[in-house]
Design a protein around this ligand. Structure first.
Ligand code: GDD
Length: 249
C-alpha cells in the first residue's frame, strides 16, 4: 500500500518504536535499518530477554557503527522471559520518556516497517488512541502460513472479538501505534499476562477505558530467518486467556 505522507511528516511528534527480541540475531540489524528509513525521527527501542544468540550485542554495535547513537536504545532483561512482559517494559519506557506515540511490532520482518508511516498518520489524522495493523480486514493478508495456522488464527481472533466485544478484527497481532497518554492512563493490571495474551489484554483494557481504536490493513509475512517462539502451549494459554479477560474491568 502506498504511503499517504512523507516520511518526516510526524516531525513534531516524539515517537518510540519498540521491538521485542528473543534470538533475532539474523533480523535485528535489518529491522533497525528499515525502521529508521521509514521513520527517521523516531527512536527505536530493542527489548531483548538476554538472547543467547547475541541479538542485543548486534543491536548495540549497529547503534554505534551506524551513527544512530541515542536514537537506538537497547534494554536487556536478564532474569525475565516473555513477550508480554517485554512489551510492557517498552511501553513503560515510552511513558517514562514522555513520548507522544508508541509503535510496537515484531522484530522478524513479519511486520513491514514501511507500514509505520501509515499507522502513525492514521493515528494523527483520525485522532485515534490506538491503531491496529490488521490481517483480518479488507486489504489485510497473511503470507507464508500453512492453511491450518491461518484458519486457527482467524477463528481465535473472531472468537476473541465476539467474546470480549472488541471493536477490531485482529486482537492478537502486535503491529500497533498507541497514544502514550492512553497507556499512561491505564491502571496497572493486577495480574497482567506475561505471554502473547498481553497483546489482547492491553487492547481490551484500552477499549474498556473508552479509547478510540482504528484498524488499518497490513500484510503479515512469515519470517525467513530464525524461528517463531509461539508454540502450541503458549497459543492455547493465550487463547484461553480470553476467559480470564472477561473479568477484566
Ligand atoms: N523480548 C522477548 N521477545 C520475544 C519473546 N518471545 C517472542 N518475542 C519476540 O516477539 C516477536 C514475535 O514472536 P514470534 O515468536 O516470531 O511470533 P510469530 O509466531 O511470528 O507471530 C505470532 O505472534 C505475534 C506476536 O506479536 C503476533 O503478532 C502474530 O499474530 C502471531 O500470532 C519476535 O520479534 C520475537 O523475537 C520473549 O520471550 N521475549
Amino acid at each position: 500500500m502506498p504511503h499517504s505522507v512523507a516520511p518526516d511528516f510526524a516531525s513534531g511528534q516524539r515517537i518510540l518504536v519498540g521491538i521485542c527480541t528473543y534470538n533475532e540475531a539474523a533480523n535485528v540489524k535489518t529491522m533497525l535499518t528499515k525502521i529508521r528509513e521509514a521513520l527517521p525521527n523516531a527512536v527505536c527501542l530493542v527489548v531483548d530477554d538476554d538472547s543467547p544468540d547475541g541479538t542485543a550485542e548486534i543491536a548495540r554495535r549497529y547503534a554505534e557503527e551506524s551513527g544512530a547513537g541515542d536514537s537506538v536504545l537497547v534494554k536487556v532483561r536478564k532474569d525475565e522471559r516473555g513477550l508480554g512482559g517485554a512489551i510492557r517494559a517498552a511501553m513503560q519506557t515510552a511513558i517514562d520518556g514522555k513520548y507522544d506515540l508508541f509503535c510496537n511490532m515484531d522484530a522478524d520482518l513479519s511486520h513491514d516497517p514501511a507500514d509505520l508511516p501509515r499507522l502513525v498518520s492514521t493515528c494523527l489524522n483520525e485522532n485515534a488512541d490506538v491503531v491496529v495493523g490488521s490481517r483480518y480486514i479488507e486489504g489485510g493478508a497473511i503470507v507464508g502460513w500453512p492453511w491450518r495456522r491461518k484458519v486457527m488464527s482467524g477463528l481465535i481472533n473472531a472468537f476473541t472479538r465476539k467474546m470480549l466485544r472488541l471493536p477490531v478484527h485482529d486482537a492478537s497481532g502486535s503491529y500497533r501505534c498507541y497514544r502514550v497518554r492512553c497507556l499512561a492512563g491505564l491502571d496497572p493490571p493486577r495480574n497482567p499476562s506475561d505471554g502473547y495474551a498481553f497483546i489482547q489484554e492491553v487492547l481490551l483494557r484500552l477499549h474498556r477505558d473508552g479509547a478510540k481504536c482504528v484498524e488499518v490493513p497490513i500484510t503479515f509475512t512469515e519470517r525467513v530467518h530464525g524461528t517463531s517462539k509461539l508454540n502450541f502451549r503458549e497459543a492455547m494459554r493465550s487463547s484461553l486467556t480470553v476467559f480470564r479477560l472477561l473479568a477484566v474491568r
